[in-house]
Design a protein around this ligand. Structure first.
Ligand SMILES: [Fe+2]
Ligand SMILES: [Fe+2]
Length: 383
């Protein structure tokens, strides 16, 4: 096992990570090899709740920690102290400060700080600032060697805390910009859903179903920076390009003729065109997820007839979610299917229309009853 001072090499790796999620995953996976301390607790500012919330507990197995949930308000003594001194500090230093405190009030305040740190089993507290805003608080537990932390070790971990704050700051900025753009294209989506009653609520349900399936695909979304957000938006806007279709094609009860079908097949590309600006923040994958949402694993889909290995994971998930919702909804040309019928159709399409891995994840979500949240009323009426 390396001592915490070893972090130099790891810091190089850490500095290349692009999102807070990746950083947390790295710390969790590598903790055994680099952390020679009992635990690392990471608190992150939640701007809506106005609290620092315990996001990750990275504890060594042999020092299992009982604290699962914790938070500090903005006026918590520990937070106030961090904002006062703006640098890492040790529990021992707080003790020393208490001993030399000039007033009872100051002594009382510092004792509260000490107390908070003790409750978190913390030996060291490391703030992470970005643009002068305190975004993260790292609390390190005792070293396994029972020795004191060396300055170099504290400096190394402080860099990690700072990088974490930077990633969170970047992430929040991306989130804000994306939300602004998304709120503008949601208006287009709404116009589409108003134009075609059969698609009312379709995009919202497909987005929710996709995220449920994605949550059962262990590790797949983690490989993509902003994986879950990209999946959500690609799913929400997969059909937005249908806005370019004429109402007669959109609502046609009979089979589409060759020309109309040609128009229909263009909608994934039209959708991609509309959401293209998302590429800047979320990367190409979000647009590719939209373009390929009608591709089949066996190459019989559209617009390009891509095969399994060439279809991206977001598209494969949306393909399943979209089909489930389409089957569960009345369409101009047929009535909605019952839930149990729809899910067995999906299963039957594994390996031809649908990716077997995605169907497995879908089935797992079904077994856990996760789709109830989306289709509760239909499922209840079916009994
Ligand atoms: Fe579509
Ligand atoms: Fe769709």
């Amino acid at each position: 096992m390396k001592e915490p001072g070893m972090l130099k090499k790891d810091i190089e790796k850490i500095s290349k990570l692009e999102t807070p999620k990746e950083l947390f995953a790295f710390l969790e996976n590598e903790a055994k090899s680099f952390s020679a301390m009992e635990l690392i607790r990471i608190f992150v500012l939640d701007e809506v709740k106005r609290k620092y919330i315990l996001k990750r507990n990275i504890a060594r197995k042999d020092s299992a920690s009982s604290i699962k949930e914790a938070s500090f308000s903005l006026t918590d003594p520990l937070i106030k102290h961090i904002l006062d001194i703006k640098k890492p500090f040790l529990a021992r230093e707080v003790d020393e400060n208490i001993a030399v405190a000039l007033t009872k009030e100051r002594q009382g305040f510092l004792s509260l700080v000490k107390n908070k740190l003790e409750r978190m089993e913390g030996e060291v507290c490391l703030p992470g600032f970005a643009k002068e805003k305190l975004l993260t608080v790292f609390i390190l537990g005792k070293k396994l060697s029972e020795q004191d932390y060396a300055n170099e070790e504290i400096a190394s971990f402080s860099l990690v805390a700072q990088h974490c704050a930077k990633l969170i700051n970047d992430f929040n900025a991306v989130k804000k910009e994306v939300e602004l753009f998304v709120s503008s294209i949601r208006k287009i989506n709404k116009a589409l859903e108003d134009k075609d009653v059969y698609t009312k609520g379709h995009s919202d349900r497909v987005a929710r179903i996709s995220v449920i399936i994605g949550s059962q695909l262990s590790g797949e979304l983690e490989k993509i920076p902003y994986g879950e957000i990209s999946l959500y938006y690609a799913a929400e806007f997969h059909d937005i390009g249908k806005v370019a279709l004429s109402a007669s094609v959109l609502k046609k009860e009979d089979k589409l003729n060759a020309e109309e079908w040609k128009q229909m097949k263009r909608h994934p590309l039209e959708s991609a065109n509309i959401i293209k600006p998302l590429k800047k923040w979320l990367g190409d994958i979000v647009v590719e997820g939209v373009i390929s949402h009608h591709e089949n694993c066996d190459g019989t889909g559209y617009p390009y007839g891509k095969k399994e290995k060439d279809i991206n994971i977001l598209a494969k998930i949306i393909r399943v979610a979209d089909s489930l919702d389409a089957m569960m909804t009345d369409r101009p040309y047929r009535k909605a299917l019952a839930y149990h019928k729809a899910i067995s159709e999906l299963k039957a399409g594994s390996g031809t229309k649908f990716d077997p891995k995605v169907i497995e994840a879908f089935w797992e979500a079904h077994k856990q009853g996760l789709f109830k949240e989306v289709f509760l009323s239909q499922m209840e009426s079916e009994g």
